[in-house]
Design a protein around this ligand. Structure first.
Ligand SMILES: Nc1ncnc2c1ncn2[C@@H]1O[C@H](COP(=O)(O)OP(=O)(O)OP(=O)(O)O)[C@@H](O)[C@H]1O
Ligand code: SF4
Ligand SMILES: [Mg+2]
Length: 324
């Protein structure tokens, strides 16, 4: 069966200035560098990795909000059409994005009801009465009351605002939600509520999620599969329980070792030496080798491919079998 979303060899580069005047010259930054994955309908792929590794760029490429420098995105077996073409607009109804900051995503001057109905207006769907009914049904689906329809974003809590963002994203009956840090701007006490709502909506509507978050415990809880990114590439991908219990890539090991544990014996935290390298100066061989505690000579020369391991996951490490 064709996956809802098929991403192959996706790449995005930027020309950036490097060095100071008068010695500045243009260099190429590889923000996303050969990313491939599949996301079946109704499933969640969690995307993790430290700041700047290319998560948001991947999300925007998937939706066609940024032009790709290479590779392909297919939705329901169909290649993503040119951005802003009528065909792309039609396809975008099926794929919506939820951003980190709900207040930034909402217009403070418009009532909740108008904002939830807005996508229907843009797509010319339904009569005024039908749009209102659908918006009220969406508010109900995300756990808001009818009286929220006439309120304004600043009158609501952070959790309520994120529910409005979700109601607006869902009103066109999408199949895929790309959630970029959907809970990190929310108070810790309401993060779980919003995640539970996302899980309930997935069950009810069969939605697929591309779920980006720095909160690895949350990612483990919601995802059917997890991909770990480092410097624009996926370095490990697979079943969340296996990946978090016995990481096969040293970078995943370091990320997992930093997850706070409660009640259980303290794990040894792996502190990586040095800063993440500048993506303009991607290290040769395995890009992780300058920070990797397991690096051998081969790692400095040969780039490891993302390869299938015997237990069904994928890892881009020459020594993955020994490390897992
Ligand atoms: N418009 C741009 N011009 C130049 N470089 C860019 C541009 N947008 C992103 N980048 C670079 O691309 C890389 C990936 O950025 P991206 O926003 O995808 O990271 P991220 O994984 O989402 O990080 P975070 O966790 O901080 O949100 C970074 O090195 C970033 O500096
Ligand atoms: S290939 Fe080498 S440097 Fe890269 S993660 Fe594996 S052991 Fe470390
Ligand atoms: Mg980001």
């Amino acid at each position: 069966m064709t996956a809802l979303l098929e991403v192959s060899n996706l790449a995005r580069t930027y020309d950036v200035r490097r060095g100071r005047w008068p010695f500045a010259r243009l260099a190429t930054l590889h923000a996303v560098d050969g990313v491939s994955f599949e996301l079946p309908a109704g499933r969640t792929l969690g995307l993790v990795g430290e700041s700047g590794c290319g998560k948001t760029t991947t999300a925007k490429l998937v939706l066609g909000l940024l032009p790709a420098s290479g590779g392909e995105v297919r939705v329901g077996g169909e290649a993503l059409p040119a951005a802003h073409s009528p065909h792309w607009r039609a396809l975008r109804r099926r794929m919506q994005m939820v951003y980190q900051d709900p207040l930034g995503a909402l217009d403070r001057r418009l009532s909740v009801g108008r904002q939830v109905m807005e996508p229907l207006v843009i797509h010319g769907a339904g009569s005024t009465a039908e749009r209102r009914d659908k918006a009220l049904a969406m508010l109900d689906a995300v756990g808001l009351a009818q009286h929220h329809f006439d309120r304004f974003p600043h009158e609501l809590s952070g959790g309520q605002r994120q529910r409005i963002v979700l109601a607006r994203a869902l009103i066109l009956d999408p199949q895929l939600l790309v959630c970029d840090e959907p809970i990190s701007a929310l108070d810790v006490s309401i993060q779980a509520q919003v995640v539970n709502l996302l899980l309930a909506l997935q069950q009810k509507l069969g939605l697929a999620y591309l779920f980006i978050s720095h909160d690895l415990r949350m990612v483990r809880q919601v995802s059917h599969e997890v991909a770990v990114m480092y410097l624009g590439r996926i370095v490990e991908q697979g079943d969340p329980d296996r990946l978090f219990a016995t990481p096969a890539h040293p970078y995943t090991q370091a990320l997992v070792s930093a997850i706070p544990t409660h009640g259980r014996a303290r794990k040894r935290r792996i502190v990586l030496p040095g800063e993440p390298p500048n993506p303009v100066d991607r290290p040769a061989g395995c890009a992780f080798h300058p920070r990797c505690p397991h690096a051998v000579e081969r790692c400095r020369i040969e780039t490891p491919a993302l390869r299938l391991l015997a237990d069904g996951r994928r890892a881009a490490c020459h020594l993955a079998e020994q490390i897992a």
